[in-house]
Design a protein around this ligand. Structure first.
Ligand SMILES: C[C@@H]1N[C@@H](C#Cc2ccccc2)[C@H](O)[C@@H]1O
Length: 440
């Protein structure tokens, strides 16, 4: 069967906008909406599940959930301070939940009454964020949930003609909202689609192609994640011909590919990750707050993704009043300090062809200069690492980023030993690895 709506290209995009996105490597994800108000607690009880799923998990009546909009006062929301957190993190782009699964919109949409315009402040949160982030040179992407628990025409499955008619109305509504976002915020650089796993969406692959086509016609250069797409056989992310749909693979949610799986590096891709173990929206309970990642966990993931040519999108869940959670701001600051010293091995870098996964960390390669870096995120207890170069190369220099030339010892052709000593309180060490062809 000839696929009509599968992938629109066989090779990765190489235009300037895609190269810019690819080079960013580090992004700030933000999940913020009405769910930040209850923050994982309902009727006095902690609900031990992702905070943004509270209305479903706690079976909150629709009217009670909608009433939260009256408490969404933005008392401590300051887009400038959010953008400063992205600068502190060293993020080059930000992806914000314009509408999550509950259907509440962070912009004053003309196509629903469930939006910022019907809250006490009436502020256009998206407009304020786009201005603040772009003033700092940080690109803004929009997350949009196709899944919409509130909309009367949403359907999980399509059982009969009535379902098909209703869902057609829903897809028309969603298309109008996406056209509205493109029109109101034309400087947006990408769309991150979510909530596309249900049968109803998979049976409408044509619509997912029409969305991608519309956005790219209205916003030349815009990048769209693979999670939007289904082909006309219902395959998602990768079409039934094995070709990636959208512009980058976005299936890695709270998980990363195996660090030795070089096949991943053949495509553009991004992994997204929570700071607590499993909540995207702010969750006040110990279930979430006792599981925050350490900054060096985040550094390891950033280097892991870079080493296989992927971006890493770290999620922040601001609190119900609009303030960033202090623990998350502190993690951003520490990671950003590391990137300020070692970002040379991350930004604009990717897969180091020919350099085998070393186990103690990752090799990355600057996509422009070809310079190779060794990021040591799991220093062995021995305090030394074995640096194995591709056959035929010899090590002529080792530079510890943020410090200077570093000693090494030859063990055999293309094999060297590096004494690290104890753990560094500045976090994982990064070496620039200078090589030359082995003299015969
Ligand atoms: C990026 C992340 N994707 C969303 C999800 C989910 C989910 C969670 C459990 C089962 C099926 C889907 C999360 O709410 C968050 O937005």
């Amino acid at each position: 069967m000839e696929l009509k709506y599968g992938a629109s290209r066989e090779k990765p995009r190489e235009d300037a906008a895609m190269q810019r996105f690819r080079g960013h490597r580090v992004g700030q994800f933000i999940h913020w909406g009405l769910y930040a108000l209850p923050a994982g607690r309902w009727e006095g009880k902690d609900v031990e599940f992702a905070a943004e799923f509270l209305p479903r998990v706690a079976k909150v009546p629709q009217q009670r959930w909608e009433a939260l909009a009256n408490d969404f006062t933005l008392a401590d929301f300051d887009a400038e301070r959010w953008a400063d957190t992205a600068v502190a993190l060293g993020a080059r782009y930000m992806t914000i939940t314009t509408k999550h699964h509950d259907g509440f919109c962070l912009w004053p949409s003309a196509h629903t009454d469930f939006h910022m315009g019907n809250t006490p402040s009436g502020r256009d949160v998206l407009g304020e964020l786009v201005a603040a982030y772009e003033a700092r040179g940080i690109d803004v992407n929009f997350y949009y949930s196709v899944l919409d628990w509130r909309h009367p025409d949403w359907r999980f499955t399509l059982e009969n003609d009535a379902d098909n008619l209703a869902f057609a109305r829903y897809l028309d509504f969603a298309m109008k909202q996406l056209e509205e976002l493109a029109e109101r915020y034309p400087s947006v650089k990408g769309f991150w689609f979510d909530g596309t796993w249900d049968e109803s969406v998979k049976a409408n692959g044509w619509w997912t192609w029409e969305v991608e086509r519309m956005l790219k016609e209205r916003l030349p250069g815009v990048v769209v994640n693979s999670r939007l797409r289904a082909d006309d056989l219902g395959a998602r992310h990768v079409d039934s011909n094995g070709l990636l749909m959208g512009d980058y693979e976005s299936g890695y949610e709270r998980r990363l590919p195996e660090p030795w799986d070089r096949s991943v590096a053949a495509r553009d891709w991004e992994a997204c990750m929570t700071i607590p173990q499993a909540s995207w929206g702010y969750h006040q309970g110990p279930w979430a707050q006792s599981t925050l990642k350490h900054p060096w966990d985040v550094v390891d993931m950033i280097a892991h993704c870079t080493s296989l040519g992927g971006n890493f999108l770290l999620n922040f869940g601001p609190r119900g009043d609009g303030s960033m959670a202090p623990a998350e701001v502190e993690i951003a600051r520490t990671v950003g300090e590391w990137l300020a010293v070692n970002g040379e091995a991350i930004y604009g870098c990717g897969y180091a062809e020919g350099w085998d996964y070393p186990g103690w960390g990752y090799f990355t390669r600057d996509s422009s200069t070809g310079k190779v870096f060794a990021v040591v995120t799991r220093a062995p207890a021995s305090g030394r690492i074995r640096l194995e170069l591709p056959t035929g190369l010899e090590l002529v220099g080792l530079r510890l980023l943020g410090s200077g030339e570093y000693p090494f010892k030859g063990l055999a052709d293309s094999v060297f030993e590096v004494e690290l000593g104890g753990a560094s309180n500045a976090g994982p060490r990064v070496f620039a690895v200078e090589t030359s062809a082995l003299a015969h």
